[in-house]
Design a protein around this ligand. Structure first.
Ligand code: HSE
Length: 309
């Protein structure tokens, strides 16, 4: 096999109550990576489209190359590959942009090598890429981008990743205001320690959320969409955050939170009937704070990354 192409979807990490341990994939957009095998060993990033010239070509910094290199180190043979990346996701948006690139690269590279790794076994390589991109090896974007649906990272050491049930009719809106927030900056405002009280609240909510998914109980999902760990420190970085939440709740959204490290906000709802009202509320509130916004709607993507023929 000489060349392989793969696609990996955007993701919402944390889902409010599951900081660094919960995420889901969305249908709205994603990244595509094409790999071409070359005779001499070594990785080369040949082209990057859709990033306005901002992503690095150096193999030690580019998330596709970092991920593939981690995989080749484990594989034990330095197979040469040219990398062509097409970004379908805005950078620094909180929709798992670096994760989608790394996951698409790994799915393509695995096939190019003849599928030596099981799908889940690709995750440590994708986590290495996330670490290179933002300084923290979190898996709550790469795991859902790879596997699709809702994914729980029960533990990182050793990695224990569980695909969760997706209730019928759960629908997601993504509100992407026109400014960037780097994950490293958005992590730097967090506290190292949390109180016993907050730990109890957060555990109750993440357990409630997962029970809500399995019981298809939208009220329970709604009650559980709360975050006392990251959101209080990050919400201040996102103009209009609390006003938006009130507006979306009054329209009937189940809840709203920060998508990953932001600035994109996600709102879950039962069905898509409220989509246009949500769009209007988002546009009005962001207009007041002087920001443009892109609004996307999506079902939960249950397929994850895939090869393109
Ligand atoms: N869990 C990560 C964070 C996701 O909140 O920093 C980054 O997209």
């Amino acid at each position: 096999m000489k060349s392989v192409k793969a696609f990996a979807p955007a993701t919402v990490a944390n889902v409010s109550c599951g900081f660094d341990i919960l995420g889901f994939a969305i249908d709205a957009m994603g990244d595509t990576v094409e790999l071409v095998r070359k005779d001499e060993p070594g990785l080369t990033v040949v082209s990057i489209e859709g990033d306005e010239g901002r992503l690095p070509y150096e193999v030690e910094k580019n998330t596709c190359a970092v991920a593939i290199q981690a995989m080749l180190d484990e594989y034990g043979e330095q197979v040469g590959m040219d990398i062509y990346l097409k970004k379908g996701l805005p950078l620094g948006s909180g929709m798992g942009s670096s994760a989608a690139s790394a996951v698409a690269a790994l799915v393509a590279a695995n096939r190019l090598l003849g599928d030596p790794f099981e799908k889940k076994a690709l995750l440590p390589f994708a986590i290495a890429a996330e670490k290179a991109a933002c300084g923290a090896g979190h898996a709550d974007n790469v795991a859902p981008s790879l596997l699709g649906g809702f994914v729980l990272i029960r533990d990182y050491h050793p990695l224990d990743v569980i695909k969760l049930h997706v209730p019928d009719g759960l629908y997601c809106a993504l509100l992407h205001p026109h400014f960037e927030l780097k994950t490293s900056d958005s992590r730097s405002v967090l506290r190292d320690q949390i109180s016993l009280k907050h730990s109890t609240i957060q555990s109750g909510n993440v357990a409630g959320f997962i029970a809500g998914l399995y019981q298809e109980d939208f009220d329970l999902i709604s009650r559980s969409l709360k975050d006392v760990i990251a959101e209080p420190y990050r919400a201040v970085l996102i103009p209009g955050f609390y006003e938006m939440r009130e507006a979306l709740k009054s329209i009937g959204a189940l809840g709203m939170g920060i998508s990953g490290s932001g600035p994109t906000l996600f709102a879950l709802s039962k069905g898509s009937e409220k989509a246009e009202e949500i769009r209007k509320a988002a546009e009005d509130i962001y207009q007041k704070v002087g920001l443009g916004v892109d609004v996307y709607f999506s079902e939960i993507n249950t397929k994850g990354a895939y090869l393109i023929d």
